[in-house]
Design a protein around this ligand. Structure first.
Ligand SMILES: [Zn+2]
Length: 436
């Protein structure tokens, strides 16, 4: 016993005087404007409190966000995402990735987010129409208490297919793997640690780790995946912290500053309820922003005796769109349903959270074969697609996002007529009058 203890004390002394340095990494992703603490969602103030506490107790801390910070709540939507960065500044991030939803108000507004954010928004593979990089930089090298860390930002090259084309004409995305391989081999000799903040999705991130050697850690996002235990792929650790701040990632690393790389990694996710109480200053700023929207959204419109998940909500929302457009049926893409409805009073805010994008109501007319493709593109495998006849013409009530994407892909095969009203308002009015 004694001998073992002595050996371990000696080893610890040896390590700490030599090459190994500890580093805490805190990470979030797909926050989607959930600034206020609400049920399962931590809110910015509690995340900020964790960061503050961690920085007070540890010499080296790195705080990262993997993108989609905005779009999901009334404050985000009404003020086009800008206040979210103002609030996230108080969390104390070192860097963030740009996610697909940062393009929701057109790519030009990302410049405004960059101005407001006091931390760099990184993206190595997103390009404006004339080839300029969108974002502050592709990567960043920082010395954190003697550890040299490279942080590289990446976004899915599937982004053009999942963002509104409006305000995003002519932008392009390079293949993440190619871009990353070149950057990693150039940076590896200069740094102790390579971290990728990635808005690609968990499966793609694991794939990337298996294809590109030399990455130490991928802080992921986009797929909203609850990665309870960090996943090891070759020499790379891959993590992701669910979505909307239900969890915060917390990793303790021992970094080898002689050879480079992670010698040891511990940690995982902290659930919102286990975070320290909210930082009062952040709470005050969140409250100030929330008060600016409260009058409009904190109004009860219905009450429900049970909760509804997204699969249950989809046909209900589609029926409302069909009624509003007086069409055969409605189509509401599952990816556009951004929240659930929980038992109890339903307020306009809940509908804002379900439809934060501000899409308008449209009718879409096309042949059955094209309609099937439009619906299947959204990974919808409902039996209802089988009932559509290829050669028949259909007019469906849907949203302007689906209308614009369909027009972009199928051109003249699709006719879209915009009704000039917000889908959200249609839903609120219908639910107010008829309940759920
Ligand atoms: Zn995303």
């Amino acid at each position: 016993m004694r001998a073992t203890l002595l050996v371990s004390v000696l080893l610890t002394a040896l390590y700490s005087s030599a090459d190994l340095k500890s580093l805490v990494v805190i990470h979030t992703n797909d926050f989607h404007g959930r600034i206020a603490e609400d049920g399962r969602y931590a809110g910015a103030a509690r995340i900020a409190a964790l960061v503050k506490k961690t920085r007070a107790e540890n010499e080296r801390v790195l705080v990262l966000d993997a993108g989609d910070a905005i779009s999901g709540t009334p404050v985000s939507t009404m003020f086009q995402g800008v206040p979210i960065f103002e609030i996230l500044n108080m969390v104390g991030y070192d860097a963030g990735a740009i996610g697909n939803h940062e393009f929701d108000h057109g790519y030009a507004l990302i410049d405004r987010f960059r101005e407001v954010a006091n931390y760099p928004l990184l993206s190595a593979n997103a390009f404006a129409p004339h080839g300029d990089l969108i974002g502050d930089a592709p990567a960043l090298i920082r010395n954190i208490g003697g550890i040299t860390v490279a942080i590289i930002g990446l976004i899915t090259d599937f982004t053009p297919h999942i963002i509104t084309p409006v305000g995003n004409e002519g932008i392009s995305f390079a293949t993440p793997r190619k871009m990353l391989a070149a950057m990693v081999s150039a940076m590896r000799p200069q740094v102790d640690l390579i971290v990728v903040v990635s808005h690609l999705g968990h499966e793609e991130e694991k794939q990337l780790a298996s294809e590109v050697a030399g990455i130490d850690l991928i802080v992921g996002g986009h797929s909203h995946t609850l990665v309870e235990e960090p996943v090891r792929v070759g020499e790379t650790w891959v993590v992701q912290a669910n979505y909307y701040g239900t969890h915060v990632g917390y990793l303790e690393l021992l970094v080898d500053t002689d050879e480079g790389g992670i010698d040891e990694l511990e940690g995982g996710l902290i659930i919102a309820a286990d975070l320290p109480p909210g930082d009062p200053e952040v709470k005050a700023l969140v409250a100030a922003w929330e008060s600016r929207v409260a009058e409009k959204v904190d109004v009860q419109i219905a009450a429900v005796s049970r909760s509804y998940n997204k699969i249950e909500l989809q046909p209900m929302l589609e029926r409302i769109l069909a009624i509003a457009t007086q069409t055969e049926f409605g189509y509401y893409n599952m990816g556009g349903i951004r929240d659930v409805i929980t038992k109890g009073p339903v307020s306009a805010r809940h509908i804002w959270n379900i439809e934060p994008f501000g899409n308008t109501l449209v009718t879409l007319t096309t042949d059955g074969a094209t309609l099937k493709k439009i619906m299947q593109r959204e990974n919808e495998s409902h039996g209802r697609v089988d009932k559509i006849v290829d050669n028949e013409t259909y007019t469906v009530g849907t949203n302007s996002f689906i209308g614009a994407q369909a027009k972009k892909v199928y051109g003249d095969k699709v006719t879209v007529s915009d009704k000039g009203v917000l889908v959200r308002d249609v839903l609120i009015d219908h639910i107010r009058a008829n309940g759920i």
